[in-house]
Design a protein around this ligand. Structure first.
Ligand code: PEP
Length: 243
């Protein structure tokens, strides 16, 4: 069992006015709540977020240098972030990010004192094929640094075909995949792997969160669309707290 984390990914959405909504979110005892707004809002978000932690959506592999448009992990930290998402499937697709780059980004996050949320997950064709679990295991292995601990790393399993589509794997598929991830983490990282948090992501809503959280190795959720409105995100947080 890892830390219980309800993480919201605002993607390229959000205005300063929306930050007021953060003040209405509560984090019940034993549950951590995180919002990852677009980078320009991180500083303001961190100033008003109260019990809500703030994270970035990506960081560069390097600490500084000639990388126009990119953000170093230390800059996110300076702005008030404590987490950063790396390897989201939209970054993998839009920016052709490889497992090796994502591993390097996670290492950059560690160096800056951030917890890395490392995203993995299969395409629909891969889900329908015979090697789905092997493909996810290879992503996990390739994207996770040797220095990963339960403190500096969270794994997010996000089937690409479930992100923003309203489609969700069956509970049995979620259980099977998260159990496999837990086994791999435990084999590689021993005690740290037994308590590294594993989130499920992909069309988590107030209506399906409680069922997803019944899975033993689902420690929380990475939530896109439903994290934009406190009225949708808070019931997901509360379902996690009750699980
Ligand atoms: C995501 O952005 O990581 C995500 C899971 O999005 P959604 O909840 O909208 O499917």
């Amino acid at each position: 069992m890892g830390r219980k984390l309800a993480a919201g990914n605002w993607k390229m959405n959000g205005t300063p006015a929306m930050l007021d909504g953060l003040k209405t979110l509560s984090a019940p005892n034993g549950t951590q709540v995180l919002i990852c707004p677009p980078a320009p809002l991180i500083h303001r978000a961190a100033q008003i977020a109260g019990p809500v932690a703030i994270g970035g959506q990506d960081c560069h592999t390097q600490a500084s240098g000639a990388h126009t448009g990119d953000t170093a992990a230390s800059m996110l930290k300076d702005a008030g972030a404590t987490y950063v998402i790396v390897g989201h499937s939209e970054r993998r697709a839009d920016h052709a990010e490889t497992n090796a780059q994502i591993r390097a980004k996670a290492e950059a996050a560690y160096a800056a004192g951030l917890t890395a949320i490392i995203c993995i997950g299969e395409s629909e064709a891969e889900r329908l094929g015979p090697d789905c679990l092997d493909i996810i295991a290879a992503q996990l292995d390739g994207s996770t640094p040797d220095g990963a601990t339960a403190d500096n790393t969270v794994i997010a399993y996000e089937p690409i075909w479930a992100i923003g589509t309203g489609r969700v794997p069956t509970l049995d598929q979620i259980i099977e995949t998260h159990d496999m991830i837990r086994e791999k983490l435990t084999n590689r990282f021993a005690a740290q792997g037994t308590t590294m948090s594993i989130l499920y992501g992909g069309s988590v809503k107030p209506s399906n969160a409680a069922e997803i959280f019944t899975a033993q190795n689902v420690d929380g959720a990475l939530v896109g669309g439903a994290s934009l409105k406190p009225d949708d995100f808070q019931p997901i947080i509360d379902a996690l707290a009750a699980s």
